[in-house]
Design a protein around this ligand. Structure first.
Ligand SMILES: Nc1ncnc2c1ncn2[C@@H]1O[C@H](COP(=O)(O)OP(=O)(O)O)[C@@H](O)[C@H]1O
Ligand SMILES: [Mg+2]
Length: 251
Protein backbone atom coordinates (compact mmCIF):
# COMPACT_ATOMS: atom_id res chain seq x y z
CA UNK A 1 0.00 0.00 0.00
CA UNK A 2 1.17 3.50 -0.79
CA UNK A 3 2.49 5.64 2.03
CA UNK A 4 -0.02 8.19 3.27
CA UNK A 5 1.23 11.67 4.11
CA UNK A 6 -2.05 13.09 5.38
CA UNK A 7 -5.46 11.67 6.15
CA UNK A 8 -8.96 12.87 6.83
CA UNK A 9 -10.61 10.17 8.86
CA UNK A 10 -14.40 10.24 9.10
CA UNK A 11 -14.50 14.01 9.35
CA UNK A 12 -17.66 15.95 9.97
CA UNK A 13 -17.46 19.73 9.86
CA UNK A 14 -20.24 22.24 10.33
CA UNK A 15 -20.54 25.98 9.89
CA UNK A 16 -23.30 26.82 12.34
CA UNK A 17 -26.12 24.37 11.58
CA UNK A 18 -24.85 23.64 8.07
CA UNK A 19 -23.07 20.36 7.63
CA UNK A 20 -20.29 20.94 5.08
CA UNK A 21 -18.35 17.68 5.42
CA UNK A 22 -20.08 14.54 6.60
CA UNK A 23 -18.12 11.38 7.44
CA UNK A 24 -15.54 12.50 4.93
CA UNK A 25 -12.38 10.41 4.53
CA UNK A 26 -9.44 10.99 2.24
CA UNK A 27 -5.91 9.64 2.06
CA UNK A 28 -3.30 11.96 0.64
CA UNK A 29 -0.60 9.71 -0.78
CA UNK A 30 2.98 10.69 -0.02
CA UNK A 31 5.00 11.80 -3.02
CA UNK A 32 1.93 12.21 -5.21
CA UNK A 33 -0.26 15.02 -6.54
CA UNK A 34 -3.84 14.59 -5.38
CA UNK A 35 -6.43 16.78 -7.09
CA UNK A 36 -9.73 17.49 -5.41
CA UNK A 37 -12.67 18.26 -7.66
CA UNK A 38 -16.23 19.18 -6.81
CA UNK A 39 -18.91 21.81 -7.21
CA UNK A 40 -18.40 25.36 -5.96
CA UNK A 41 -19.27 25.47 -2.29
CA UNK A 42 -18.77 21.71 -1.87
CA UNK A 43 -16.15 22.21 0.84
CA UNK A 44 -12.88 21.84 -1.07
CA UNK A 45 -11.21 24.88 0.50
CA UNK A 46 -12.46 23.65 3.84
CA UNK A 47 -10.53 20.40 3.31
CA UNK A 48 -7.41 22.43 2.56
CA UNK A 49 -7.88 24.39 5.78
CA UNK A 50 -8.29 21.14 7.72
CA UNK A 51 -5.08 19.74 6.24
CA UNK A 52 -3.26 22.93 7.17
CA UNK A 53 -4.58 22.77 10.73
CA UNK A 54 -6.35 26.11 10.32
CA UNK A 55 -9.70 24.51 11.18
CA UNK A 56 -10.63 21.61 13.35
CA UNK A 57 -13.40 19.15 12.51
CA UNK A 58 -16.44 18.78 14.75
CA UNK A 59 -16.04 15.01 14.59
CA UNK A 60 -13.36 12.72 13.24
CA UNK A 61 -9.62 13.12 12.89
CA UNK A 62 -7.03 14.75 10.67
CA UNK A 63 -3.62 13.09 10.55
CA UNK A 64 -0.33 14.39 9.27
CA UNK A 65 1.89 11.35 9.22
CA UNK A 66 0.77 9.46 12.30
CA UNK A 67 0.02 12.57 14.35
CA UNK A 68 -3.59 13.54 14.99
CA UNK A 69 -3.37 17.29 14.50
CA UNK A 70 -6.82 17.94 15.97
CA UNK A 71 -5.71 16.90 19.41
CA UNK A 72 -2.26 18.28 19.96
CA UNK A 73 -0.87 21.25 21.86
CA UNK A 74 -0.63 24.48 19.85
CA UNK A 75 3.17 24.49 19.95
CA UNK A 76 3.33 20.99 18.52
CA UNK A 77 0.76 21.91 15.84
CA UNK A 78 2.92 24.87 14.85
CA UNK A 79 5.87 22.49 14.40
CA UNK A 80 3.78 20.26 12.13
CA UNK A 81 2.48 23.27 10.18
CA UNK A 82 6.04 24.36 9.43
CA UNK A 83 6.22 21.45 6.97
CA UNK A 84 3.02 22.45 5.19
CA UNK A 85 2.48 25.36 2.86
CA UNK A 86 -0.74 26.80 1.51
CA UNK A 87 -0.99 28.69 -1.76
CA UNK A 88 -4.29 30.59 -1.85
CA UNK A 89 -6.25 31.48 -4.97
CA UNK A 90 -5.83 35.19 -4.34
CA UNK A 91 -2.44 35.10 -2.63
CA UNK A 92 -0.85 38.38 -3.60
CA UNK A 93 2.64 39.76 -3.25
CA UNK A 94 3.14 42.94 -1.28
CA UNK A 95 3.42 45.79 -3.81
CA UNK A 96 5.91 47.71 -1.72
CA UNK A 97 8.54 44.95 -1.59
CA UNK A 98 10.70 43.50 -4.37
CA UNK A 99 9.80 40.05 -5.65
CA UNK A 100 12.80 38.61 -3.81
CA UNK A 101 11.89 40.25 -0.52
CA UNK A 102 8.34 38.92 -0.88
CA UNK A 103 9.61 35.39 -1.40
CA UNK A 104 12.04 35.83 1.50
CA UNK A 105 9.28 36.67 3.99
CA UNK A 106 8.68 33.12 5.30
CA UNK A 107 12.44 32.63 5.76
CA UNK A 108 12.79 35.90 7.67
CA UNK A 109 9.79 34.99 9.84
CA UNK A 110 10.60 31.38 10.54
CA UNK A 111 14.33 30.79 10.24
CA UNK A 112 17.61 32.16 11.56
CA UNK A 113 19.22 32.25 8.10
CA UNK A 114 21.72 34.98 7.33
CA UNK A 115 20.96 37.52 4.60
CA UNK A 116 23.38 35.74 2.25
CA UNK A 117 21.70 32.37 2.88
CA UNK A 118 18.29 33.91 2.37
CA UNK A 119 19.38 35.51 -0.91
CA UNK A 120 20.69 32.21 -2.22
CA UNK A 121 17.63 30.20 -1.10
CA UNK A 122 15.26 32.77 -2.63
CA UNK A 123 17.22 32.85 -5.92
CA UNK A 124 16.95 29.08 -6.01
CA UNK A 125 13.19 29.15 -5.32
CA UNK A 126 12.66 31.78 -8.04
CA UNK A 127 14.76 29.75 -10.45
CA UNK A 128 12.66 26.64 -9.78
CA UNK A 129 9.50 28.47 -10.90
CA UNK A 130 11.21 29.87 -14.00
CA UNK A 131 11.72 33.34 -12.56
CA UNK A 132 15.49 33.55 -12.27
CA UNK A 133 16.77 37.15 -12.23
CA UNK A 134 13.55 38.68 -10.87
CA UNK A 135 14.81 39.09 -7.28
CA UNK A 136 15.12 42.86 -7.58
CA UNK A 137 12.03 43.41 -9.73
CA UNK A 138 8.91 45.00 -8.31
CA UNK A 139 5.67 42.97 -8.45
CA UNK A 140 4.18 45.63 -10.76
CA UNK A 141 6.76 44.68 -13.41
CA UNK A 142 5.56 41.06 -13.57
CA UNK A 143 2.72 39.55 -15.63
CA UNK A 144 -0.18 37.70 -14.00
CA UNK A 145 1.34 34.28 -14.62
CA UNK A 146 4.71 35.43 -13.30
CA UNK A 147 3.09 36.83 -10.15
CA UNK A 148 1.36 33.51 -9.61
CA UNK A 149 4.67 31.67 -9.93
CA UNK A 150 6.35 34.15 -7.59
CA UNK A 151 3.59 33.26 -5.12
CA UNK A 152 4.52 29.59 -5.55
CA UNK A 153 8.17 30.45 -4.94
CA UNK A 154 7.14 32.05 -1.65
CA UNK A 155 5.04 28.96 -0.79
CA UNK A 156 7.92 26.54 -1.40
CA UNK A 157 10.90 28.60 -0.24
CA UNK A 158 10.86 26.83 3.14
CA UNK A 159 10.92 23.45 1.35
CA UNK A 160 7.63 22.14 2.75
CA UNK A 161 6.75 18.45 2.64
CA UNK A 162 3.15 19.19 1.68
CA UNK A 163 2.01 22.03 -0.59
CA UNK A 164 -1.69 22.82 -0.79
CA UNK A 165 -2.76 24.73 -3.90
CA UNK A 166 -6.26 26.18 -3.77
CA UNK A 167 -7.43 26.93 -7.32
CA UNK A 168 -4.02 27.83 -8.75
CA UNK A 169 -5.27 28.26 -12.33
CA UNK A 170 -8.70 29.78 -11.86
CA UNK A 171 -9.10 32.82 -14.09
CA UNK A 172 -5.91 32.24 -16.08
CA UNK A 173 -5.69 31.80 -19.86
CA UNK A 174 -4.92 28.32 -21.28
CA UNK A 175 -1.25 29.03 -21.94
CA UNK A 176 -0.55 30.36 -18.46
CA UNK A 177 -2.67 27.53 -17.03
CA UNK A 178 -0.43 25.05 -18.80
CA UNK A 179 2.69 26.76 -17.49
CA UNK A 180 1.36 26.86 -13.92
CA UNK A 181 0.34 23.22 -14.07
CA UNK A 182 3.78 22.27 -15.32
CA UNK A 183 5.34 24.32 -12.53
CA UNK A 184 3.31 22.44 -9.89
CA UNK A 185 4.53 19.12 -11.29
CA UNK A 186 8.14 20.28 -11.35
CA UNK A 187 7.96 21.70 -7.82
CA UNK A 188 6.57 18.43 -6.51
CA UNK A 189 9.51 16.62 -8.03
CA UNK A 190 12.05 19.13 -6.83
CA UNK A 191 10.77 19.12 -3.25
CA UNK A 192 10.30 15.34 -3.38
CA UNK A 193 7.13 16.11 -1.47
CA UNK A 194 3.37 15.79 -1.62
CA UNK A 195 0.82 18.13 -3.17
CA UNK A 196 -2.92 18.65 -2.97
CA UNK A 197 -4.43 20.76 -5.73
CA UNK A 198 -7.98 22.04 -5.87
CA UNK A 199 -8.91 22.75 -9.42
CA UNK A 200 -11.82 23.06 -11.81
CA UNK A 201 -9.58 22.74 -14.80
CA UNK A 202 -9.90 19.19 -16.08
CA UNK A 203 -7.16 19.52 -18.71
CA UNK A 204 -4.78 20.63 -16.04
CA UNK A 205 -5.91 17.87 -13.65
CA UNK A 206 -5.45 15.20 -16.31
CA UNK A 207 -1.96 16.53 -16.88
CA UNK A 208 -0.75 16.64 -13.27
CA UNK A 209 -2.83 14.36 -11.03
CA UNK A 210 -1.59 11.07 -9.69
CA UNK A 211 -4.90 10.74 -7.87
CA UNK A 212 -8.23 12.52 -8.20
CA UNK A 213 -10.80 12.74 -5.41
CA UNK A 214 -14.31 14.00 -6.02
CA UNK A 215 -16.10 15.73 -3.17
CA UNK A 216 -19.88 15.67 -3.34
CA UNK A 217 -22.48 16.33 -0.65
CA UNK A 218 -19.90 16.33 2.11
CA UNK A 219 -17.89 13.22 1.26
CA UNK A 220 -15.37 11.85 -1.19
CA UNK A 221 -17.57 9.82 -3.52
CA UNK A 222 -14.91 8.80 -6.01
CA UNK A 223 -11.16 8.37 -5.79
CA UNK A 224 -8.63 6.97 -8.22
CA UNK A 225 -6.08 7.66 -10.89
CA UNK A 226 -6.98 9.99 -13.76
CA UNK A 227 -7.74 6.96 -15.87
CA UNK A 228 -9.97 5.40 -13.23
CA UNK A 229 -11.88 8.64 -12.70
CA UNK A 230 -12.38 9.18 -16.44
CA UNK A 231 -13.72 5.64 -16.74
CA UNK A 232 -15.79 5.88 -13.55
CA UNK A 233 -19.23 4.35 -13.76
CA UNK A 234 -20.47 6.78 -11.09
CA UNK A 235 -23.05 9.00 -12.86
CA UNK A 236 -22.19 11.96 -10.61
CA UNK A 237 -18.54 11.79 -11.63
CA UNK A 238 -19.44 11.43 -15.28
CA UNK A 239 -21.84 14.37 -15.20
CA UNK A 240 -19.22 16.51 -13.47
CA UNK A 241 -16.33 15.74 -15.82
CA UNK A 242 -18.52 16.05 -18.88
CA UNK A 243 -19.96 19.32 -17.59
CA UNK A 244 -23.43 18.11 -18.45
CA UNK A 245 -26.64 19.76 -17.27
CA UNK A 246 -28.34 16.40 -17.40
CA UNK A 247 -27.74 13.92 -14.59
CA UNK A 248 -28.05 13.30 -10.88
CA UNK A 249 -26.33 16.52 -9.75
CA UNK A 250 -28.99 19.05 -8.72
CA UNK A 251 -28.45 22.33 -10.58
N1 LIG B 1 -16.07 30.67 7.63
C1 LIG B 1 -17.24 30.23 7.14
N2 LIG B 1 -18.40 30.43 7.80
C2 LIG B 1 -19.58 29.96 7.33
N3 LIG B 1 -19.72 29.30 6.17
C3 LIG B 1 -18.60 29.08 5.45
C4 LIG B 1 -17.30 29.54 5.89
N4 LIG B 1 -16.39 29.16 4.98
C5 LIG B 1 -17.06 28.51 4.01
N5 LIG B 1 -18.38 28.47 4.29
C6 LIG B 1 -19.41 27.78 3.50
O1 LIG B 1 -19.07 26.40 3.46
C7 LIG B 1 -19.30 25.86 2.19
C8 LIG B 1 -18.03 25.24 1.66
O2 LIG B 1 -17.07 26.27 1.41
P1 LIG B 1 -15.69 26.02 0.71
O3 LIG B 1 -14.94 25.00 1.47
O4 LIG B 1 -15.06 27.35 0.54
O5 LIG B 1 -16.17 25.40 -0.70
P2 LIG B 1 -15.37 25.25 -2.09
O6 LIG B 1 -13.95 25.58 -1.85
O7 LIG B 1 -15.60 23.83 -2.49
O8 LIG B 1 -16.03 26.17 -3.06
C9 LIG B 1 -19.82 27.00 1.33
O9 LIG B 1 -21.23 26.90 1.28
C10 LIG B 1 -19.39 28.23 2.06
O10 LIG B 1 -20.30 29.26 1.83
MG1 LIG C 1 -12.73 27.06 -2.60
Amino acid sequence: MADVYARLDDVTLMYGDRVILKNCSLDVVKGAITCIIGLSGAGKSTIVRLLDGLRKPDFGHVYIGTADICHMPEAHLNDVRRHISLSFQFAALLDSLTVGDNVALPLRERTQMTDAEIRKTVEDALDSVGLAHTYDSMPSELSGGMLKRAGFARAIVTKPDLVLYDEPTTGLDPIVTHLITDTIVRLRQKLDGTAVVISHDLQSIYMMADYVAMLFEGAIIAYGTVDEIRKSSNPIVQQFIQGSEVGPIPI
